[in-house]
Design a protein around this ligand. Structure first.
Ligand SMILES: [Fe+2]
Length: 323
């Protein structure tokens, strides 16, 4: 039987930057949308200092939540750290766009500060700072083989074009908090959460149902193993710039609060019923990462460590633990 620890967190670049510069990403992202209409909650959170007070508060809560999760992870001391995150045209380009891809190499690097411009990160670290991880190649190949024989046509890569960039930000950013030392063997699982949102050349994102089934198939494999596996679901939920029902201008708070209660109560399997249209409308594209994790963990209640709802940080952020 698998011994599992679950962690849910966000990965947006702002988790690595000081709150004093958060307004820049806001302005850049809002500026991309010609139909942008500031929702009243955003105007309120911006206050009279362009959101700095709110940003400082949110940043501290995010850092504190990562500390809680890091402590639990290191105390639990997993044999494998499975991180489920979406690639956003980083490692996966038009030449290869699988719905899911397991990394089967034996090591991997990440450069989380590279695209932030200079030393623009909370640690004032150099832009080319490298984080290195060993990876459980045999375990990963066994998982891939088991999934395929179980009916899930999982792709894999140990030498993907694009690795010179290092790990996609959805994988590497949370690790800056959770395991910057590379203590635990890292197994990245990529998910094409953006799908058609990234452009007409991109295949649709996998369905919530399929993501949940992939999680269940991973669990069937884990139940045959003795390794202790920590499963990290890496993503925010509704993104203001993806919430089509609000003209890509506002986070869908009501919807995400509903999903949060399901996760809290151990009814995560309900999220497998979400339709592609629901995900598209509420901007919850990236919750697919969590739905895979929920398929692995099963319907067990989550301990909600923190919830960030401010429109100033562009997405609904949940920090959670299972087990
Ligand atoms: Fe993301």
């Amino acid at each position: 039987m698998a011994e599992l620890l679950g962690l849910g967190c966000s990965h947006g670049p702002i988790i690595l930057t000081p709150p004093e510069v958060w307004h820049k990403s806001r302005e850049r992202i809002f500026g991309r949308n010609p139909n942008f209409q500031a929702p009243p909650q955003l105007i309120e959170a911006l206050g009279d200092d362009n959101g700095l007070t709110q940003d400082r508060l949110d940043q501290q809560k995010i850092v504190d939540a990562f500390q809680v999760m890091r402590d639990r992870l290191h105390e639990w001391n997993p044999d494998v750290l499975l991180v489920i995150g979406d690639d956003q045209s980083e490692n996966f380009k038009q030449d290869n766009l699988p719905p899911f891809c397991l990394y089967t190499g034996s090591e991997v690097d990440g450069y989380p500060f590279k695209n932030m411009g200079g030393n623009n990160n909370s640690w004032d670290a150099a832009a080319n700072t490298k984080f290195s991880f060993i990876c459980p190649a045999d375990f990963s190949r066994d998982l891939r083989n088991s999934l395929i024989r179980d009916g899930v046509d999982m792709s894999s890569s140990s030498a993907l074009t694009g690795w010179e960039w290092g790990l996609a930000h959805a994988i590497i950013n949370p690790l800056v908090y959770l395991d910057p030392e590379g203590k635990f063997p890292l197994l990245p699982l990529f998910v094409n959460c953006y799908g058609e949102e990234a452009g007409p050349d991109y295949p649709p994102r996998p369905t919530a149902r399929r993501c949940y089934e992939v999680g269940q198939a991973i669990r069937r494999f884990l139940d045959t193993r003795t390794e202790r596996v920590a499963v990290v679901a890496s993503s925010s939920w509704s993104h203001s710039f993806l919430a089509h029902k609000f003209d890509c201008s506002a986070i869908d708070l009501d919807t995400d609060r509903r999903y949060l209660e399901l996760v809290r109560e151990g009814k995560g399997s309900e999220l497998a019923k979400l339709t592609p249209e629901e995900l598209q409308n509420s901007g919850d594209h990236e919750i697919l990462n969590w739905i895979i994790a929920l398929g692995i963990l099963g319907d067990v209640p989550a301990e909600i460590v923190d919830v960030r709802e401010s429109h100033t940080q562009l997405a609904f952020r949940v920090a959670a633990l299972w087990g």
